[in-house]
Design a protein. Structure first.
Length: 258
């Protein structure tokens, strides 16, 4: 058959905007398609709730792809291995309590897990602001990442959500919006963003479940964003805490959604 470029263009345009229109009102909007954000999305979506992830980059996966220092392997501990099993990620035991996974397989299978559970992932979209109504976060304000990068003054649009999850990693950018624009106090010791501490994997991994929480009504933090907001250290290429953080946030949100 002959190929018609206009049909191709129509197919892409109509299909994309149908997806976007279908996700303008969500149960949960997640900022960042890193390991914590994707884990959170999968466990919520598989319970039948409407979840979408908005990733500002072209690629999903956050820090997974590079493994440790561009060696595409990551490590998880015993407590997180079940989550990788749930996503179908293969692991190899390296030492007692330590399992190695391929970072490429992990990134792709986390994404597949989200999509197969009924979640949606949008890339190249930045969240530049939040909706705040009646003393809780009620949605997000989005724009194309290219507009942000080019620093063009083009107005954004909005998506309503019952809950928002900040999974933006070290930047904790959604929480920064809350601090800078709304002047609200977060659920931290100082009420502000405490800031990420230097690497200490043992401490960082073990406190991550404590720092994964609702920081103001309607807004949760997960993964490295959680430690950055509450002042925990970075963990390096061990990813178990990220997965457990995403699962904990999903459980907390599901309790409220139900």
């Amino acid at each position: 058959m002959s190929i018609d470029e206009i049909i191709i263009t129509k197919a892409i345009t109509e299909s994309y905007f149908k997806d976007l229109l279908d996700n303008l009102e969500l149960d949960v909007a997640i900022a960042g398609a890193g390991p914590a954000g994707m884990t959170c999305a999968k466990y919520i979506a598989e319970k039948g709730f409407k979840v979408a992830i908005f990733e500002r980059r072209l690629s999903i996966g956050g820090g997974i792809w590079g493994g440790g220092m561009m060696f595409n392997k990551i490590v998880v501990q015993d407590s997180a291995k079940k989550i990788l099993n749930d996503f179908g990620v293969k692991t190899t035991q390296y030492a007692k309590g330590y399992y190695v996974a391929d970072s490429i397989e992990m990134a792709t299978k986390l994404a597949i897990g989200v999509l197969d559970a009924g979640g949606k992932i949008f890339n190249l979209i930045s969240i530049e602001d939040v909706m705040y109504r009646e003393k809780r976060i009620t949605g997000i304000v989005i724009n194309w990442s290219a507009i942000e990068i080019a620093k063009l003054h083009i107005d954004p649009m909005t998506i309503r959500a019952k809950f928002v999850v900040d999974g933006t990693g070290h930047d904790s950018s959604i929480c920064r919006v809350v601090i800078d624009k709304l002047k609200l106090k977060l659920n931290t010791d100082s009420g502000a963003i405490e800031g990420e501490k230097s690497m200490w994997a043992d401490v960082g991994e073990n406190i991550l479940l404590d720092t994964t929480k609702e920081v103001i009504p309607g807004l949760f933090v997960v993964g490295m964003a959680a430690n950055a907001v509450s002042g925990g250290p970075r963990m390096g290429p061990i990813f178990g805490g990220m997965l457990l953080s995403g699962k904990k946030a999903a459980d907390l949100i599901l309790e409220q959604l139900k």
